[in-house]
Design a protein around this ligand. Sequence first.
Ligand code: B12
Length: 371
Amino acid sequence: MCKNELYSKFIEECRKLPSVSSESATEYSMRIPQLLELMNKRMSEFDNINDLIGGNSLKMMYDNHRNHLFFLSNVFKLGFYDLMSQTLPWVYRAYLGHKFSPDYFPVALENWKIVFHLSCSERTSEEVGIIYDWIISKHEDLLEISKDISLQPPPVDNKWLEMKNSFRAALLNGNISKCLEISDGFIKSQDDIPAFYQYIIQPAMYDVGVMWEKDDISVAQEHLASAVVTRLLASITTRNSRTEKTKGKLLITSSPNEFHQIGAWMLSDVFELSGWDVRFLGADTPKDELFRLVKDFMPDVLAISVTMPFNIDKAAEIVSELKKDDEFKGVKILVGGGVFNDNPELWKKIGADGFAADPVRAKELVEGWNK
Ligand code: B12
């Protein structure tokens, strides 16, 4: 069977898995701290743990355990198994890329089951156990699928390829002068900014992600690239003048616990430069603080950026609380970011008013609402 067929079959089977009841999903989520502590302890006591995690730090494994729990908690709460079939191959690829042993997965999954058995009610342990058993049974398939089904960056038009590649090289070298030279060459007027973001910066950063995934670059190099992009965005933002702010008010933030903020920043620039009154909050805004600002600023649109699948519930909570409160009935909610791009139906599941894959499409959508 070719890998694409194998993956299609995997997705289909995953969709047919029984849903976890809302009581069990809630218990799973409430018990995350205990589950995490117990799992970290069990796994770190294995004699061969160093081999299983490929010589990486225990901290890396602990972070992965935390992400695992928050991620599956989202899958169970939303009953959205596509999120799982779409993320598992990435998990395999990224861990194997970072030298984890293939044996780590079945060992960890079996131990999760023991941990649920020890910490949760029989019902929860049984319901989530079925899902874990299915993942364990797919281990060989996942090893195969993960080899080439990737969250690959979307292809870049040949027209931009060379420039994107030299921009990426400059980013990874921390060469801000070269990045400025490229952006100055591209951006002849404010109208060129959205295209520069979309065709040069975004794909270059997606490449950086794939390089990190394969362990071709270090975390430090990825941080360097992000820092250069942030400095560049600051220079573009400050060097370009705003028109009158007549189009409406937009408040944009990344969800709580979401540290990716570059995409949200781009959205903020594109709206601001076209005449919107924008407040951009950056990464990881706590929910209660966000609500205070929404109350003061009372935007026409609250835009929430989410990249990581384990942060969807945080955005979902904001949407549901805002929608419940009459005071905010004039505020529309727009969502976007990596996890929504990878799962284009997800925005409906969390009750948002709309989703757009990039700032230009976001502006078209929102300006349609405002008519
Ligand atoms: C830089 C980076 C980081 C930086 C972010 C720094 C910063 N200041 O933002 C740091 C180091 C913090 C980071 C952390 C992590 N990261 Co990271 N990161 C990246 C990387 C390389 C680039 C992100 C980026 O800037 N992309 C460019 C922007 C422009 O693209 P974008 O976000 O998609 O935004 C566009 C659209 O989505 C849209 N959009 C975005 N937001 C919104 C909002 C609205 C309302 C709308 C309408 C549109 C919209 O418009 C934007 C422009 O077109 C990506 C690779 C990738 N594919 O994105 C990995 C990536 C996202 N990270 C990844 C991971 C795993 C992590 C960590 C878990 C790593 C770890 N083990 O700690 C943590 C998670 C931390 C957390 N809690 O959030 C994985 C996620 C895989 C997955 N789907 O599960 C990726 C894909 C890397 C990979 N290939 O494996 N990361």
